[in-house]
Design a protein around this ligand. Structure first.
Ligand SMILES: [Zn+2]
Ligand SMILES: [Zn+2]
Length: 206
């Protein structure tokens, strides 16, 4: 599996580009800024981006969406409970960062448990609400992309509109920590981790 990590935007959001090496079918997860850098990887690697997955609707995860969509013609997928945030500077929080941001609407609204194929890769959508109502994690092989739900040694903020600490903890414990211990975690900010490490060491989950 091809996996490229880029740190993008003003909050150092982790954008991930994944692809099936053989077919070059690809997906971009959280194009949160620096569209040119994202598009350069796609063209350098000759990837065919089929999907853009948004782990949630906050502006630091969607800021480069329209440019990356225009460059790739990929389908945009977000959970139905966060879909309205794409067109709402208030709900995507961009209004608080000085410049209101609106983005193209979703092509696919998710409910959780959907599967998507990139060549031989199978991506599974896991609904993990708490940071936002429509937060998702995405599992592929022994990797899970956790957005702002679960970080290395920390958890997502729940003080934004729609946030819920109870829901966040329940999402993490019931939907993420049940994955195999050796599953790698690639979060929306900061360093990678593993399920085993977070299960035993994350102070918010003990
Ligand atoms: Zn967020
Ligand atoms: Zn974020």
């Amino acid at each position: 599996m091809f996996l490229k990590h880029l740190q993008v935007g003003f909050l150092d959001t982790n954008c991930y580009i994944i692809a099936d090496e053989e077919s070059k079918d690809a997906a971009v997860i959280d194009p949160g800024g620096d569209a040119d850098n994202i598009i350069k990887v796609i063209s350098d690697e000759k990837l065919m981006v089929k999907y853009i997955f948004l782990t949630h609707g906050h502006s630091d995860h969607i800021a480069a969406l329209s440019k990356v969509k225009d460059a790739t013609n990929a389908k945009v997928a977000i959970h139905n409970k966060d879909a309205h945030m794409l067109s709402s500077p208030k709900h995507n929080l961009s209004i608080f960062f000085g410049k209101g941001l609106t983005q193209p609407s979703a092509d696919i609204t998710l409910n959780g448990d959907e599967m998507f194929n990139l060549g031989k890769l199978v991506l599974k959508i896991i609904h993990t609400p708490g940071h936002t109502p429509g937060g998702i994690s995405i599992q592929v092989d022994n990797i899970v992309f956790t957005g702002d739900t679960l970080f290395a040694g920390s958890i997502g903020r729940t003080d934004f509109p729609g946030g819920s600490l109870d829901e966040l903890i329940s999402s993490i414990k019931n939907k993420l920590l049940i994955l195999e211990d050796d599953t790698k975690i690639f979060p929306g900010h900061g360093e990678p981790s593993t399920i085993a490490y977070e299960k035993s060491m994350n102070p918010f989950l003990q």
